[in-house]
Design a protein around this ligand. Structure first.
Ligand SMILES: Cc1cc2nc3c(=O)[nH]c(=O)nc-3n(C[C@H](O)[C@H](O)[C@H](O)COP(=O)(O)OP(=O)(O)OC[C@H]3O[C@@H](n4cnc5c(N)ncnc54)[C@H](O)[C@@H]3O)c2cc1C
Length: 293
């Protein structure tokens, strides 16, 4: 399908992009890599008369460290994450999410900001970034605000972001010693497959292997990436062993709200949540014990 009647605006600065959105919203959309938006426009899921491209805005690019946090520009691509030594050395769990994401062409075009802002329940990066305690920066002419990722999503394709706000960066605190995280997705094929269910988990252990902090976040089995608070309660203060992981997995399965669709039944997805939670916690423990995040 050809896209007609759309005015394309190439913003050179955040100010220009935000002004454009303020002028034309709700009849305008921001575009980063376009891998979600162009599909939505062509299939008619989204209708708009103005597309505002962010691609010329240099401030949205790059990885940098400031005040003990990694700053990830919103236009960072999955391929750039894969190529980053900082990600390999300090945030290897992010590699779990980008390794089999889509196909190489998409990994070169898609952006981290777009993966978050699109708020598609099966998006691969939000669950792992949530357990890593990421926050996002939302910028507009009236100022900027920092929102913890766990508070960002409201429902499928709905977030707390206002039309004129641009997601400029993702902030990730550097993990402490004896911290480990992992992301375990399950799809019907190894690459270019939408997750049927996915689980991200993180553990912080003390010197005796007792869990000091834990996070479990589910993907593709609820309207939003679902942080399982009851899993944390089942894990903290316990030894990081199979019994504790099993209890956390039960809590995760209980709270998941999967749907039945072309890829799986709800019952199967719920069962998957339990299995994937145990696997994610086990990998997180191995990384924590390996001295590497
Ligand atoms: C063939 C194919 C395979 C795919 N496979 C996967 C997969 O395996 N895993 C996965 O998670 N996703 C997958 N996707 C979905 C998509 O590629 C990702 O969600 C991607 O990260 C979106 O980023 P983008 O820059 O292309 O977003 P865009 O399409 O440019 O934008 C998506 C939405 O986010 C908004 N937006 C984008 N950037 C910003 C910003 N900085 N500030 C505010 N709003 C913004 C846009 O307005 C739009 O509503 C796939 C898509 C295709 C076409």
């Amino acid at each position: 399908m050809l896209l007609t009647d759309i005015e394309f605006h190439e913003a050179n600065t955040l100010k220009e992009a935000s002004e454009c959105m303020a002028r034309y919203a709700p009849n305008a959309r921001l575009m980063a890599g376009g891998t979600d938006l162009l599909v939505d426009l062509k299939t008619g899921r989204v209708g708009t008369n103005h597309v505002v491209s962010l691609n010329r805005i240099a401030a949205l690019r790059g990885l940098a460290t400031t005040n003990g946090s990694l700053r990830m520009g919103a236009l960072t691509t999955p391929h750039q994450l894969w190529a980053s030594t900082t990600i390999w050395e300090r945030f290897p769990a992010i590699l779990d999410a980008v390794r089999d994401m889509a196909v190489p062409q998409i990994r070169n075009m898609a952006t981290v900001g777009g993966n978050i802002a699109s708020a598609v329940p099966s998006g691969d990066l939000p669950p792992i970034l949530t357990v890593l305690k990421a926050s996002v920066i939302l910028w507009s002419l009236s100022g900027e605000r920092e929102v913890p990722l766990e508070d960002f999503f409201l429902g499928p394709r709905k977030t707390v972001r206002r039309d004129e706000e641009i997601l400029t960066e993702i902030r990730l605190p550097y993990p402490p010693p004896r911290f480990g995280a992992a992301y375990v997705p399950f799809a019907l094929r190894e690459a270019n497959g939408c997750s049927v269910a996915a689980v991200a988990a993180s553990l912080l252990l003390d010197q005796k292997g007792i869990i000091q902090d834990a996070r479990v976040c589910l993907g593709a089995v609820a309207p939003i990436p679902l942080l399982v608070k009851a899993a944390k309660a089942a894990l903290v203060g316990k030894a990081a062993d199979k019994a504790a992981f099993r209890r956390a997995a039960e809590e995760a399965a209980k709270i998941s709200k999967p749907i039945s669709d072309i890829r799986s039944s709800a019952v199967y997805r719920q069962e998957l949540v339990s299995v994937l939670t145990r696997r994610a916690l086990d990998s997180a423990r191995q990384r924590a014990l390996g001295g590497q995040q």
